[in-house]
Ligand binder design. Sequence first.
Ligand SMILES: NC(=O)C1=CN([C@@H]2O[C@H](COP(=O)(O)OP(=O)(O)OC[C@H]3O[C@@H](n4cnc5c(N)ncnc54)[C@H](O)[C@@H]3O)[C@@H](O)[C@H]2O)C=CC1
Ligand SMILES: Nc1nc(O)c(N)c(N[C@@H]2O[C@H](COP(=O)(O)O)[C@@H](O)[C@H]2O)n1
Length: 262
Amino acid sequence: MFIIYFPVFSNNRAYMSLLPLVPSLKPFLEDYLPRPGSNKPFVTLTYAQSLDSRIAAKPGEQTKISHLETKTMTHYIRSKHDGIMVGIGTVLADDPKLNCRFEADDGHISTPRPVILDPTGKWVYNKSQLRSVCDDNKGLAPFILIDDTVTPSNEDIEVIEKQGGAFVKLPLLSSSNRIDNWKVILAKLFELGIKSIMIEGGASIINDLLIYNEVVDSLIITIGPVFLGKDGVEVSPSKHADLIDIKWWQGIQDSVLCARLT
Ligand SMILES: NC(=O)C1=CN([C@@H]2O[C@H](COP(=O)(O)OP(=O)(O)OC[C@H]3O[C@@H](n4cnc5c(N)ncnc54)[C@H](O)[C@@H]3O)[C@@H](O)[C@H]2O)C=CC1
Ligand SMILES: Nc1nc(O)c(N)c(N[C@@H]2O[C@H](COP(=O)(O)O)[C@@H](O)[C@H]2O)n1
């Protein structure tokens, strides 16, 4: 069978349509998706890794690990969250779109708010793909979390505020331990109306959160059948982490693990 993908061009940027969601994924994921009723955002930690626990082939390099059917799953998961977070290392490596391209049965697309953790203010938003995505009305403008001491450029402040995003100042560089920042970050996001957040990475954030079970409510890992080798960006927490409520799904190429941290 041949499947043809129709790119939709807007301002010379392509938005590829996704494969349909494999029906068995909805019931498989159901218990691991956000539930209302807490006083902190529901946190889903989700990423794609190789068999040797790498999430990119080299530092600073974007690497496709997910098959197209698990890519659709990722967009389905995005549609179930108010926010989607990545660290500045990921933004600089991937220049991501961080929108949702999954259409619900009624044609509605529910797009999460991108949240970028950039304590030292390294990102030049104006030149990013995300800025173009927002200009094209294909996604929401980001909340960029910066340290209290950082002053963004006037150009970036102007564009972001016009698009409906914001720079959010927090005491991120004064704590002695990065893990301590998570409570501050999540409390602020909750106050900003983000009741559920999907954290996609990168490695430094994943490695911290895998041993921080108070923060993470669900873990959804796509495993692609590839070895990315020793030069790859490794996911491996600094200490032993046990999982409970474990479920596996197997697709054409990838396997998906859903679990919770103990
Ligand atoms: N395969 C996948 O699913 C994914 C792969 N990636 C890959 O991961 C790589 C990037 O990973 P990393 O370099 O580790 O960068 P990262 O995206 O984890 O960002 C790290 C930076 O975020 C900030 N940060 C992290 N935790 C913080 C905290 N608690 N408080 C304050 N600031 C904090 C710091 O500035 C830190 O240097 C890229 O190659 C990217 O392609 C990223 C996301 C998903
Ligand atoms: N699910 C998944 N599979 C892969 O193979 C990946 N490389 C990633 N990376 C994450 O997706 C972001 C790119 O998203 P856009 O398509 O540009 O919206 C990237 O920044 C990583 O967080 N994810």
